[in-house]
Each structure stands twice: as structure tokens, then as C-alpha cells.
Design a protein around this ligand. Structure first.
Ligand code: NDP
Length: 453
């Protein structure tokens, strides 16, 4: 079966050159699915995986906008409509200078499996731009979002493709994007998720990815009859996912020692309590400041600037029980993975997408730690986006408790699917295989039912 993976990867690399993140994401899934293809030749003869790898549609467009000086600026916009076998395309928009086709294709590919795992009827997609909201005024961000949506609005809709937020796209950006869509299309529909509460948003959507990653960690710990109570945790990032991961760890009795941004990280030996978390939220969401300022305010914290020349990230080199990478892809390299294990970390629940390099993943699986890959552990965000779509269709909103309970049930169900599937395919406790195979089967069967499309 390795031959199957090798052949497939040779084709993927030849056809999708200079897209290393996409190759990485496909390789991981293909290796898990080799176990399925042995048992189910029908998937192989119908070229189901080959079709999942090929996006149904890729949109690439020009986004011109005027800065505050009246000068023309130019960015590139993308939307990858990856797979619609089980529902409308669904997945976030990322605004970050590193955005390119390969990164968005890896994210869209992951999204197909993740959305399938949520049990909700959502296909997979992803989009964004190389626009950097950092350092831009609110009016510049608004003009960019309006220009971006002017083109995107032709391709999306509540039954076609429903984008949401991701890195660099939070409540402010979703508001500007929604406003422009409504204006162009003259309709008020649930075309985006992550909306404001008083205009169609869902309670718990901002919290969902972080809460979900912690619920997933609690489920993994539950298999060893343990809880998060008293556990020390390393969190990276200080954006949406990191903030609500920290909040839920506090709710469940754990202690968060670190958070970071792309400039560096803070280590707070006293732990980040609710008051400090409130400070971080204000610093990042309102003041749009840097995490360094945390250490200037709280004397129990030490700030370390990120040094790109270093072969490892010191954030992952502290004694702890759990790690919640919540910043970006490939932020844990092999040395970081080794450091985590050396320091006693035995729970890794990925809030970010693909934050661990393949060699790191292999090490976690080999050492049999509780390792929850992103496509399972961070699926809570898109799950509550799915619940936002359901509420929009009903024109009715659920209470906070109702949405949180549903999120919790969905994370338990994702955990059970991963656990049971890993077991069924002869690799007990391997959440990577469980998530890849569990997510694949539902999409693959739908594709077989729907014929050669
Ligand atoms: P935010 O933009 O809110 O926060 C991102 C955080 O990560 C910031 O602290 C940012 O620092 C840091 N970061 C971004 N890029 C890098 C980098 N290249 N190196 C180091 N740090 C970096 O994004 P989210 O919290 O929404 O997303 C974080 C991760 O979670 C991403 O991988 C995303 O795909 C994933 N995710 C998000 C979901 C959601 O619902 N929002 C759902 C599922 C997954 P700085 O401020 O300096 O840029």
C-alpha cells in the first residue's frame, strides 16, 4: 500500500508544484487512508481520494483598494471551493501576508475532513488574501473588505459557499464583509458566520474553537480517567483561539503558563488568571497591541522575543502537562516536539491547523501521548458556524447554554468517532488515523452515491 501512497504523492507533487503545505496535508491523509483502500477497493477504483484532492473550483482575483493617503494598493484574493459532497462549501477566510494558493489549498483540504467529522452537513472550502490587517486603520480595513467582497459576492451564498473568519479575520472584518455582501446582493442571509450577535451571529461562536480544543483534550484525558484539574498548559498565539482556550482551561481547573504572538511569547509562572486574560483580550482585540506589553504590566511574567535563527521555539521548552498550539501551521518542529516530551507534556490538542511538522506528529504517535490533530481538535469553530447557519435558517437564536451544550456534544462525538475508527482499523489510540479515516468515509460514500462528478 505504500506504493499507492507513493504513486499518489508523485502525482500530487507534479501537478501542484511549489505547494509544500498542501503536499504535507495530503501525505498525512493518504498514509492513513492506505488502511481503508485495502479494505475498500471501490473507493480506489472510483478515484475518490484523487477527486477530493482536486478542488471543485479555485477562484483567484484582484483586490484593489485605496489607503488613507489616497494611494492605490493591490492584493490578491482567493477562494478554494474544495468539496461539496455533503453540504455547501464552508471554511474561513485568512488575511495574512503569507497567504498563497498552496496554504489555502492545504487548509481547504483539511476542512473537508474536519467538517465531515462535526456530523453537520457542510462541505469544505477556504479563502483569504495576502492583505495584512496589522498596522492598517479601521477605514483601510473596511475599504479592503469591501473590495474583496465585491468580487467574492458573485461566488458565494447561503446554499453555495459560506465563509467565516480565520487568522486576521475577526468580528470587525466579518462585519465589513457582510455589510458589502448585503448591499450588493440586496439580501439579508446567513452568507457568512461569525457575525455580530445583533445581526444574525450565534452565541459561543467566538469561543467555539478554543473551547472545543479544550473539550477535546478533556475527552482524551478521560480515556485515562484523568481531568484537566491542576494540569499546567502551554498555549501559543494570543488571538481568538488562544484566548478562549485559556478561558476554558481556567473553567476546567487548569493553569495556562504561556501565550505568544509572532514577535515573541510570555511565560507567567503564576499562571494567567481571569483578570490577566481580560487584559490580553483588550490588548489584542481592542488596542491591537503586542504581547510583550503583558510582561511590562505583570511582574510574574517574562517576555522572550522570537529569534528566527534559533532551531527551536523556547515556548515549547517548559515543564508542563498539556500543549495547545493555537497560532499557525508548522509552529512545532521536530526539536520542539522532542522538547515537549522531555518536559513531560503528554497531551497535545491542536487549536491551530497543522501546527506540528510530520516528523513531530510521528514522534507523538510513536510515544503514544494523547495527541489530537487539528482537524479533530479544532473542529468546534466550524461546528458552531454550522449551528449559526441552522439558527439563521430558522430565523431564531439559541441560548448560550444550548449552543455550548451542542458544542460539547459535538466534540464528544468527534472524539468517539476518532477513537472508535482508530480501533476499528487496527491502530488503537491513534487519533490521526481516526480523524482522517472517520472524516473521509462520510464524504467518500456521498461521492460514490452522487456518481462521477
Ligand atoms: P488570530 O488572527 O485571532 O490569531 C492568530 C495568533 O497567532 C496571533 O497571536 C498571531 O500573532 C499568531 N500568529 C499568526 N501567524 C503567526 C506566525 N506565522 N508565527 C507566529 N505566530 C503567528 O487567528 P485565530 O486565533 O483565529 O487562528 C489561529 C489558528 O487557529 C490558525 O491556525 C487558524 O487556522 C486556526 N483555526 C481558527 C479557527 C477559528 O475559528 N478562528 C477555527 C479552526 C482553526 P500576531 O498577532 O503577531 O500576528
Amino acid at each position: 500500500m505504500n506504493e499507492y501512497v507513493n504513486e499518489l504523492m508523485a502525482q500530487v507533487k507534479a501537478k501542484n508544484q511549489a505547494e509544500p503545505e498542501f503536499h504535507q496535508a495530503v501525505q498525512e491523509v493518504a498514509e492513513s487512508l492506505a488502511l481503508v483502500m485495502e479494505k475498500h477497493p471501490e473507493y480506489r477504483s472510483a478515484k475518490v481520494l484523487e477527486r477530493i484532492i482536486e478542488p471543485e473550483r479555485v477562484l483567484l482575483f484582484r483586490v484593489p483598494w485605496l489607503d488613507d493617503q489616497g494611494d492605490v494598493q493591490l492584493n490578491r484574493g482567493f477562494r478554494i471551493e474544495m468539496n461539496s459532497a455533503i453540504g455547501p462549501y464552508k471554511g474561513g477566510l485568512r488575511f495574512h501576508p503569507s497567504v498563497n494558493l498552496g496554504i489555502l489549498k492545504f487548509l481547504a483540504f483539511e476542512q473537508v475532513f474536519k467538517n465531515s467529522l462535526t456530523t453537520l452537513p457542510m462541505g469544505g472550502g477556504k479563502g483569504g488574501s495576502d492583505f495584512d490587517p496589522k498596522g492598517k486603520s479601521d477605514t483601510e480595513v473596511m475599504r479592503f473588505c469591501q473590495s474583496f467582497m465585491t468580487e467574492l459576492s458573485r461566488h458565494i451564498g447561503p446554499n453555495t459557499d459560506v465563509p467565516a473568519g480565520d487568522i486576521g479575520v475577526g468580528g470587525r472584518e466579518i462585519g465589513f464583509l457582510f455589510g458589502q455582501y448585503k448591499r450588493i446582493r440586496n439580501e439579508f442571509t446567513g452568507v457568512l458566520t461569525g457575525k455580530g450577535l445583533n445581526w444574525g451571529g450565534s452565541l459561543i461562536r467566538p469561543e467555539a474553537t478554543g473551547y472545543g480544543a479544550v473539550y477535546f483534550a478533556a475527552e482524551m484525558l478521560g480515556t485515562r480517567k484523568e481531568t484537566l484539574e491542576g494540569k499546567t498548559c502551554l498555549v501559543s498565539g494570543s488571538g481568538n483561539v488562544a484566548q478562549f482556550t485559556t478561558e476554558k482551561v481556567l473553567d476546567l481547573g487548569g493553569k495556562v503558563l504561556t501565550v505568544s504572538d509572532s514577535s515573541g511569547y510570555i511565560y507567567d509562572e503564576a499562571g494567567i488568571d481571569r483578570e490577566k486574560l481580560k487584559y490580553i483580550m483588550n490588548l489584542k482585540n481592542v488596542k491591537r497591541g503586542r504581547i510583550k506589553e503583558y510582561a511590562e504590566k505583570y511582574s510574574t511574567a517574562v517576555y522572550t522575543a522570537l529569534d528566527p535563527a534559533m532551531e527551536f521555539n523556547p515556548l515549547w521548552d517548559h515543564k508542563a502537562d498539556c500543549a495547545f498550539p493555537s497560532a499557525t501551521q508548522n509552529e512545532i518542529n521536530l526539536k520542539d516536539a522532542e522538547n515537549l516530551l522531555k518536559n513531560g507534556v503528554y497531551v497535545v490538542s491542536e487549536g491551530a491547523n497543522m501546527p506540528t511538522v510530520p516528523e513531530g506528529v510521528e514522534l507523538f504517535v510513536e510515544k503514544k501521548i494523547l495527541y489530537g490533530p487539528g482537524k479533530a481538535a479544532n473542529a468546534g469553530g466550524v461546528a458552531v458556524s454550522g449551528l449559526e447557519m441552522a439558527q439563521n435558517s430558522m430565523r431564531y437564536g439559541w441560548t448560550r447554554e444550548e449552543v455550548d451544550n451542542r458544542l460539547h456534544m459535538i466534540m464528544k462525538s468527534i472524539h468517539k468517532t476518532c477513537w472508535d475508527t482508530a480501533d476499528k482499523y487496527g491502530t488503537p489510540g491513534n487519533y490521526v488515523n481516526g480523524a482522517n479515516i472517520g472524516g473521509f468515509l462520510k464524504v467518500a460514500d456521498a461521492m460514490l452515491d452522487q456518481g462521477g462528478v
